[in-house]
Design a protein around this ligand. Structure first.
Ligand SMILES: NC(=O)c1ccc[n+]([C@@H]2O[C@H](COP(=O)([O-])OP(=O)(O)OC[C@H]3O[C@@H](n4cnc5c(N)ncnc54)[C@H](O)[C@@H]3O)[C@@H](O)[C@H]2O)c1
Length: 284
């Protein structure tokens, strides 16, 4: 397995895919960004550039030298990359289909990385020819701002894949905290449940979104409260992640609450649409 990461493929040019692409090119790693949706593809370069400008201005990415990013609809372009980072919609069936395709075209020893929020790595590894090449790297949002990543070692992940993942994260200047495999791993098993409860509290009229978040910030010292975090993640992704957790853990507290479902139904997905639990001015 190659640990020299000069070009990686990122699958999905959404919130995370464009953020991961910005992080990589800002650290001198070329990116092939694969996206089937025409509108998402058209916006992708501008989104990567906006992330980069912001990251460079705030000193989160060094200098202004960047590696190239190529946007394509053709998965075949991923061939020859040292790693494939999957950042497609949180849908286990979709991820399984994507991995089956990827696995059939990339060379043995290509590092296979899932940025899933909640789908267990071993479940995804069942769809690839060489399950030992797969590892989870849960980049947080935005990936160029948050320097710690949750690295998931599945039961079949090889030591070689783990070393290659660590090497990639070292090039990207991220810290790796390695954890075991389970639905939602550490962060989302706790965070998604917390977001659901916070939303339920607003639904029950116990507190406003402003007050829920003010309590977490003021009393617990969190930099953002659970509902602003949910808006940053994207409420559609929160609902998808809760469903993945509900199906796999069985606990009904992961069942997405009515307030979340209503916002998704209304298209109020958070920052990316300009409105969620809170309103956001300017360009989403
Ligand atoms: N949003 C967050 O804060 C966050 C944080 C960490 C991890 N994640 C995870 O990262 C993944 C992506 O989340 P997101 O928020 O960027 O979602 P998003 O909806 O913003 O983007 C997903 C993208 O995947 C694309 N896609 C769909 N099918 C595809 C395919 N076959 N090949 C390539 N691309 C395809 C979609 O068109 C879309 O552009 C999910 O698994 C999510 O759970 C999200």
């Amino acid at each position: 397995m190659s640990t020299a990461h000069e070009r990686i493929a990122v699958l999905g040019a959404g919130t995370m895919g464009t953020g991961i692409a910005a992080l990589a090119v800002g650290h001198g790693v070329s990116v092939t960004l694969v996206e089937p949706d025409t509108r998402q593809r058209e916006r992708a370069l501008e989104r990567v550039r906006t992330h980069l400008r912001f990251a460079q201005l705030s000193g989160r990415i060094p200098g202004d030298e960047t590696a190239p990013v190529q946007v394509t609809a053709d998965l075949q372009e991923a061939v020859g990359c040292s790693a494939v980072v999957e950042a497609v919609t949180e849908d286990a069936g979709l991820k399984a289909r994507v991995w089956k395709q990827v696995s059939g075209i990339v060379a043995p020893g290509t590092l296979l990385v899932s940025n899933t929020s909640a789908v267990p790595i071993d479940e995804q590894a069942a769809s690839v020819e060489r399950s030992e090449d797969m590892v989870g790297i849960h980049f947080m949002n935005p990936p160029y701002m948050i320097t710690t990543t949750e690295v998931v070692r599945g039961p079949r992940t090889s030591e070689t894949a783990l070393v290659a993942a660590r090497e990639l994260l070292s090039v990207l200047d991220r810290t790796a905290i390695v954890v075991g495999d389970a639905p939602g791993f550490v962060i989302n098993r706790i965070l998604q449940w917390m977001i659901n409860e916070a939303a339920r509290i607003t639904e029950e009229g116990i507190a406003t979104p402003e007050n829920v978040d003010a309590l977490f910030q003021g009393c617990l010292g969190h930099t953002t409260g659970p509902l602003a975090t949910a808006d940053l993640i994207g409420l559609d992704n929160v609902v998808d992640s809760l469903r993945v957790l509900r199906e796999r853990i069985g606990d009904e507290r992961y069942e997405p609450c009515a307030a979340l479902l209503a916002k998704v139904e209304a298209g109020h997905l958070g920052r990316k649409t300009g409105r969620g639990f809170f309103e956001y001015g300017g360009k989403p």
